[in-house]
Structures are given as structure tokens and as C-alpha cells.
Ligand binder design. Structure first.
Ligand SMILES: Cc1ncc(COP(=O)(O)O)c(C=O)c1O
Length: 397
């Protein structure tokens, strides 16, 4: 590590994984484009073949560019290891595969990121690994779902689209009693706002694509783990040949350095927007765990150190599709796009009623997911306010 390992996450964000004086004083690490890596002698060639992850022997196994990014992410999580893979979804799939074999049973939260559900239903199932989805609010009652062959519990908090906050420490304690491993998709809060390993999580998954990159121009994921799982997760990703390219690693590392200040602004804008939306007559409910009105507020307050800029709200029932189109199509500052965590604001419609299986989503009104970007909050409110005015104007024609 480039700074003594006693620093706080924000300091690690700035310094970890950088060694300027090994590189002519240049602040950012160099970008190594490599497939072939030459060894100077037979001794060195044989030494590079040893079964560990030090040294460099082949581009796919990582270069100094890979390792400096991985070292920085491991440092902000205070974890032993991190493996960078080609997308957040690749982190989900390789993280799970590192823990299971045919005949095993896993538990997965019902508000999980959609493609993780598809992986469980479409891939794990095909290879004889059974998944049971659970109510995100189940807490320690998760033990009622354990079977003799339950090996892993897959969590995400707050969950995708609906933002219920699971009691991760209670779920982890129950899982550990039967020796099951706890995985968590921590993309929403990232290391800065959820100290996953101290809350009982064994394997963290994060879509780097979102806040770490922060500029909507990289697809990447990380699987972060302590000693007990770091080799298994790296080996799984390697067996799939799942790696990140050098330029993406560089961009992700550059994003990482400013993540703390960006996320503070995303958080502030998100809370202000959500609070303002609560006062709008068109809005039935706002789903944002940092609002006191949210059912997840107390667990969020207890376990999280902050909120990202991603939340949802539900419109009153009865608005037509054309009213919704008038609202969304006319927005100036909110893009209609699925990824999030960048500098820009976004809004998309979503339909949790279409995929839930362990719980039902009973709201009749349209759910809209918002990402609060880094724009001036007054402009964000004015633009969304005008959108809601258009919604009402069409609805009343
Ligand atoms: C919570 C969450 N996890 C994982 C992912 C997957 O990341 P990627 O798009 O990099 O595959 C996403 C993407 O939207 C996400 O929202």
C-alpha cells in the first residue's frame, strides 16, 4: 500500500494503490497494455508460474494497472483482496459461483438487481443449484428458510428499485450459525456509506460502473473479500477469463479518487429532491431510506453512514401513458437511461410487480426511479416540477 494502512476510507480513496515515486513522480499509475509478459530467465519464468497472485506472467492474470486499482478498492473496504471483472453483473455471477456447487441451495433477496435474479433462475437452476427468494425485511427469521444444503445468502441493501433496507447484521448472524457465506451487492452505498465487512458480509459485490467510475463511461465490477474468500473469487473470475481492460481500469481508478466528494453531492441532491417530491400532490410515496417517513429509515440510520443519489417515487394511480410520456419526454436535465452513479441525473419507469416472487408489490401507481446527479438542485427541482405539471395538465384534459 502506498500510505500506511491506518487511514480512513476517504484518505485511502485518494492515496491507496498509487506509487508516484516508482514512476518518475507521476501522480497517476501508468497504464500497462499487455498480453505477453516476458520473463528474463528460466528461473524467473518458473517463479512466475507459482500458484499465487504476486508477480506478472500473462495479461489476463493482471498487470500493475489491474493490481493498483484492486489494491485501492480493497483498501477502502479494509479488506484483504479485490478482483476486478468486466461488469457489475460479472461480479455478481462470479461471486456467487465461487461459493456454490451442484446440489447446493442459496437464498436471494426479493428486491435483488434483476439480472442477478435471471442468473439464479436461468443459470444456477440449470446446473442444479436451487434458489429461494426471501422477503428483504425478513431479518433473523431468514433461518426459517435454511435447508441442510443452504450454503449462501445473497443480499442487496437497499434493494433495487424499491429500496427496502434489509437487516444485514441479523441476516449475517443467522447465516453464519449454519456456516453459510453472506454476499452483498453494495453498489448503492459503496464502501464509504456501508462498512460491509464489519456488518457481517463475507463477499462484497460492487458495480464499479456506478459510483466508483462515476462518469458513465466504464463497465466494470469488483468482488471484494477477506482471506477466506479472496483466492476463491479470483480463481472463479480467472477460470471464466473474466478481466478488465487497462484503459477502463485507469478510468475507474481516476473516478475512485473523487468518489467521496461526488457521493456527498449525490446524497445531498437526492435527499433534497426526495423531500421536495414528498410535498408534491402527484406523488403517492417516496422510497428513500434516508427520509424519516421511509419504513427502512431506522435500519438505514443504524447501519449506514450515508445515502447515494438513487431512490424511487410512486405516482398516484390513474395517470395515462400519454401523461407519463409528456412528463418524461419533456425533461431537460434527467436522461432516461438504466445505469446510474454518474455525474448526471436520470429517471426511468420501473415495474416491481412484474418480477417479485417472495413478496408482492401492490402499489398501483407508476414507480419512477431517479438518480440525483451533480447539477444545481434548484434546476433539478424546477425541471422535475415542470414535468409533474405536464403530467397533471395532460391528465386533466
Ligand atoms: C445494484 C446493481 N448491481 C449490479 C449492477 C450491474 O452492474 P453492470 O451494469 O456493471 O453489470 C447494477 C446495474 O445497474 C445495479 O444497479
Amino acid at each position: 500500500m502506498s500510505v500506511k494502512p491506518n487511514k480512513k476510507p476517504k484518505t485511502n480513496l485518494v492515496h491507496a494503490g498509487r506509487y508516484p515515486h516508482d514512476n518518475h513522480g507521476v501522480v497517476n499509475p501508468p497504464v500497462y497494455h499487455a498480453s505477453t509478459i516476458l520473463q528474463p530467465s528460466l528461473d524467473a519464468f518458473e517463479a512466475a508460474r507459482k500458484p499465487d497472485w504476486t508477480g506478472y506472467r500473462y495479461g489476463r492474470r493482471g498487470t500493475p494497472t489491474t493490481r493498483s486499482f484492486e489494491e485501492a478498492v480493497a483498501a477502502i473496504y479494509g479488506a484483504d483482496g479485490c478482483v476486478a471483472v468486466s461488469s457489475g453483473l460479472a461480479a455478481v455471477t462470479n461471486g456467487i459461483l465461487a461459493c456454490v456447487k451442484p446440489g447446493d441451495h442459496i437464498l436471494m433477496t426479493d428486491n435483488v438487481y434483476g439480472p442477478a435474479r435471471n442468473f439464479a433462475n436461468g443459470f444456477l437452476d440449470k446446473f442444479g443449484i436451487e434458489t429461494t427468494f426471501f422477503d428483504p425485511l425478513i431479518g433473523s427469521d431468514i433461518k426459517t428458510l435454511f435447508n441442510d444444503n443452504t450454503v449462501a445468502v445473497y443480499t442487496e441493501a437497499p434493494g433495487s428499485q424499491t429500496f427496502e433496507v434489509s437487516d444485514i447484521p441479523a441476516i449475517a448472524d443467522a447465516a453464519h450459525e449454519i456456516g453459510a457465506v453472506v454476499l452483498m451487492d453494495n453498489t448503492w452505498a459503496s464502501a464509504l456509506y456501508f462498512d460491509a465487512f464489519n456488518k457481517g458480509v463475507d463477499i462484497v459485490i460492487e458495480a464499479v460502473t456506478k459510483y466508483i467510475c462515476g462518469h458513465s463511461d466504464v463497465m466494470m465490477g469488483v468482488i471484494v473479500a477477506n482471506q477466506d474468500w479472496s483466492d476463491a473469487t479470483r480463481e472463479m473470475a480467472q477460470m471464466h477469463g473474466n478481466v478488465s481492460g487497462p484503459d477502463d481500469l485507469y478510468l475507474a481508478q481516476r473516478g475512485l479518487r473523487t468518489m467521496a466528494v461526488r457521493m456527498e453531492q449525490n446524497q445531498e441532491n437526492g435527499i433534497k429532491l426526495a423531500t421536495w417530491l414528498e410535498g408534491r400532490p402527484e406523488v403517492k410515496r417516496v422510497l428513500h431510506p434516508a427520509l424519516k417517513s421511509d419504513p427502512g429509515y431506522h435500519i438505514w440510520k443504524r447501519d449506514f453512514k450515508g445515502a447515494s443519489g438513487l431512490f424511487s417515487f410512486v405516482l398516484n394511480d390513474g395517470y395515462s401513458r400519454s401523461a407519463l410520456a409528456a412528463m418524461l419526454d419533456g425533461l431537460e436535465l434527467y436522461g432516461m437511461g438504466a445505469s446510474w452513479g454518474g455525474f448526471e441525473s436520470l429517471i426511468i419507469p420501473a415495474g416491481p410487480q412484474d418480477y417479485r416472487t417472495a413478496t408482492s408489490w401492490d402499489e398501483k401507481g407508476q414507480l419512477l426511479r431517479v438518480h440525483a446527479g451533480l447539477e444545481d438542485i434548484d434546476d433539478l427541482i424546477t425541471d422535475l416540477g415542470a414535468g409533474l405539471d405536464r403530467l397533471t395538465a395532460i391528465a386533466s384534459i
